[in-house]
Design a protein around this ligand. Structure first.
Ligand SMILES: NC(=O)c1ccc[n+]([C@@H]2O[C@H](COP(=O)([O-])OP(=O)(O)OC[C@H]3O[C@@H](n4cnc5c(N)ncnc54)[C@H](O)[C@@H]3O)[C@@H](O)[C@H]2O)c1
Length: 382
């Protein structure tokens, strides 16, 4: 599409983070906001100066001026909201995960194909400075051959809103799955069955559940495990990835981590929040093998007006509305990439099929854990 993309943001907790980014982006008009609570809607709208406001999602997507919706609602609402928006002819950006079942992912992929509109799952990790740094090292040949990949995402979700208690850890696994697949995405072998040979996709997964959460947490999703840990195979590659998730009754500071074991150099991020990642260089004397490294900023990849948003706290005037974590500076990269995809300048990454594969690694991993570690093949979204 030509001209500015008129964006509507749905869900104004995490979603509010993106308002000033779209407002500053030269190709976007931050047109509308939507959330159910009217008082909070007014507060956010007044603070950021967004005039068009909706408490009802159906009314929002009937507005012909909305080109694209960016969904940041609770997890159970991602799928139906994405499908409805695509059916209404809107481009869709949606926070993770895409959905919570294979069927929901199928519906979104189908609706995207039918509508011809852009769908992009807004996965923060693959636009974080740590991932972009690892990717850059790999592209330059510094890491050598990738031999193994590992991700983890640990968080204590006690006290979070009602859809969280008892959620199977692997239903929200995209933060640790996605970097493992994204970094291989130009490296996997082409096969006649693979219409997009440069996108690495998971093929099958084996997962074990470990430990047990409190009985009252188990009931909602019938998911007993404190930790779920999985290995998955990647189509067209001999590399295996391992991912670990925990959400309840586990002592661990918040961690998103991503390790790449290379034949020449390995990259490890991170043990404790805020520590610099470590590079391990093969062939050096043992004590010199690990070395901490400062990860550079990748703001130069962005249009100048939104480069400032790669910083951790980027908007002092709206601090009360912004979580300010920035997720490795990923937010402006995500918004920019989505807008470019809507304008047809580059494909969405991840697109609908890729988002479905990343999300279903976790969904199938939980299925595997519930079956005592049986291998589960990933569905095809080709
Ligand atoms: N790194 C990341 O990618 C990341 C980080 C934080 C949150 N998230 C995701 O963002 C989503 C929101 O998280 P949060 O912490 O802001 O949650 P939250 O519960 O604080 O906010 C949810 C928002 O959605 C709105 N909402 C709920 N139902 C709605 C409906 N039917 N119509 C319109 N608006 C509706 C609520 O009013 C609220 O503004 C979650 O799915 C979470 O997984 C992702």
């Amino acid at each position: 599409m030509a001209g500015k993309v008129r964006v509507a943001i749905v869900g104004l907790g995490f979603g509010a983070e993106f308002i000033p980014i779209y407002q500053a982006h030269p190709d976007a008009e931050m047109y509308a906001i939507c959330q159910r609570n009217e008082a909070n809607l007014k507060k956010v709208g007044d603070s950021f100066g967004v005039a068009r406001r909706y408490t009802n999602y159906d009314e929002l997507i009937r507005d012909p001026n909305v080109d694209a919706v960016h969904i940041n609602s609770p997890i159970p609402d991602h799928a139906w909201m994405s499908v409805k928006a695509l059916q209404a002819g809107k481009h869709v950006a949606c926070t993770v995960p895409m959905g919570t079942s294979v069927e929901e992912c199928r519906q979104i992929v189908g609706a995207q194909k039918k509508s011809g509109k852009t769908y992009m799952m807004m996965e923060t990790v693959v636009y974080s400075r740590e991932y972009l740094f690892a990717r850059d090292l790999y592209d330059r040949g510094t890491l050598g051959r990738i031999q193994f990949l590992r991700g983890s995402h640990q968080q204590d979700m006690d006290g979070w809103p009602d859809y969280w208690p008892g959620l199977p850890p692997m239903w929200y696994a995209t933060h640790c799955v996605s970097p493992c697949l994204a970094i291989l995405s130009d490296a996997v072998a082409a096969t006649p069955a693979s219409p997009k040979p440069n996108i690495a996709l998971a093929e099958s997964v084996v997962c074990h559940g470990s430990g047990r959460i409190r009985e009252e947490l188990i009931k909602k999703y019938n998911s007993p495990f404190a930790v779920e840990t999985a290995t998955f195979k990647i189509k067209g590659s001999d590399v295996i990835a391992e991912v670990t998730r925990s959400l309840f009754d586990t002592a661990r500071q918040y961690r998103e981590s991503f390790d790449v074991t290379g034949s020449k150099v390995s990259f490890e991020w991170q043990q404790v929040e805020g520590e610099d990642p470590v590079l391990h260089t093969r062939g050096l004397p043992e004590p010199q093998i690990p070395k901490r490294v400062k990860v550079p900023d990748f703001a130069a990849l962005l249009p100048e007006p939104i480069r400032k948003f790669t910083g951790a706290i980027h908007d002092a005037t709206h601090l009360s509305f912004l979580q300010g974590a920035g997720h490795g500076g990923s937010h402006p990269h995500l918004a920019h990439h989505f807008l470019m995809a809507v304008q047809g300048k580059q494909p969405a990454f991840p697109d609908a099929g890729t988002s479905a594969n990343w999300t279903c690694v976790g969904i199938c991993a939980h299925e595997s854990a519930m079956k005592g570690g049986a291998r589960v093949d990933l569905p095809s979204f080709a």
